[in-house]
Design a protein around this ligand. Structure first.
Ligand code: CP
Length: 322
């Protein structure tokens, strides 16, 4: 077990042993989700606040469920109904949270680096739940866990990420995590969707969807982020769909055992056809289930570091109310 981090801010620079520690710990917590009593006392006495400054369905609910499954005390903060509306700064909001003796802060924010900023102002552990187009580490970890459930060893496996890489925090975190585990990563999309620094990422770039997917073991399809397309990156959704959308005809040209993934939310009929999203190669809802277990594992590992305890296999035999 290799884990000494106080915060989980991103996957850039993460090591193989750290990723494996998270994924092995996730396996232990994944078992709990199939029990009749899905709750353990692991985080009893720990307070977690979910600070969401941007819309979320999956990440927010998944974190809250993970915290409750671990018996933490949970606070939910929403920017739209907070004193930020009255002119309070993020720093002052953070200092007030600190004064309430919160142990772990889960933060989603539209600005890259906002969770990193928080680490300078509060003593609690910070988990990045998505910071603008920068990183979304827990999404990438649940992607890796789901891949590993189907493909035991990712070394040398071909993983193609399709879509708007430029604006995607999921793609960035996926790339760092996949590289740490030794996968071969291909990015596919229009040139306008590729970041300037793409050559430095150690990936292959393709602008041809057939070339990029026909030999892939895993195809991870990104959402077209309509809210970030004002810069003229895309002539039209119809053209994107025709050139890069994954439909049944394209799926038939891929390996018969290819895994189809998507972080959600899905734009049905744009980047993915409904029959592919709901088809037998899709693991999209498995990703959502696994997300709860990954977040339980991260909360557990950070809480062990906070308590200065040796990180070891979690004792999850005890059930609350059993
Ligand atoms: N995948 C993901 O981050 O979804 P939400 O925006 O709904 O949290």
């Amino acid at each position: 077990m290799t884990w000494t981090r106080k915060h989980l801010l991103g996957l850039e620079g993460i090591g193989y042993d750290e990723v494996v520690t998270i994924l092995d710990t996730t396996s232990r917590f994944r078992e709990i989700l199939d029990r009749s009593v899905k709750k353990v006392p692991t985080l009893r006495g720990i307070t977690v606040v979910n600070l969401f400054f941007e819309a979320s369905t999956r990440t927010r609910m998944s974190f809250e469920l993970a915290e409750k499954r671990l018996s933490a005390d949970v606070l939910n903060f929403s920017a739209s109904s907070s004193s930020l509306k009255k002119g309070e700064t993020l720093r002052d909001t953070a200092r007030n949270i600190e004064a309430m003796k919160v142990d772990i802060v889960v933060m989603r924010h539209p600005s890259p680096g906002a969770p990193h900023f928080l680490t300078d102002h509060i003593d609690g552990s910070i988990i990045n739940a998505g910071d603008g187009p920068h990183e979304h580490p827990t999404q990438a970890l649940l992607d890796l866990f789901t891949m590993r459930e189907h493909v035991a060893d990712l070394r040398g496996k071909r993983v193609t990420i399709v879509g708007d890489i430029l604006h995607s925090r999921v793609a960035r975190s996926d790339i760092w995590g996949l590289k740490a585990l030794g996968a071969d990563v291909t990015l596919c999309g229009p040139n306008t969707f590729m970041p300037a620094e793409v050559e430095q990422l150690g990936v292959t770039v393709s602008h041809d969807i057939r070339d990029a997917t026909v030999e892939a073991d895993i195809v991870n399809i990104l959402r077209i982020q309509r809210e970030r397309q004002s810069g003229g990156f895309l002539p039209s959704l119809r053209e994107y769909s025709a050139l890069f959308g994954i439909n049944a005809a394209r799926l038939r040209e891929m390996k018969p055992d290819v895994l189809i993934m998507h972080p959600g939310p899905i734009n049905r009929g744009v980047e993915i056809a409904p029959d592919v999203a709901d088809g037998d190669r899709s693991v999209i809802l498995e990703q959502v289930t696994n997300g709860v277990a990954v977040r339980m594992a991260i909360l557990y590992l950070l809480s062990m570091v906070r308590a200065s305890k040796q990180v070891e296999e979690p004792d999850i035999l005890a059930e609350v109310g059993a």
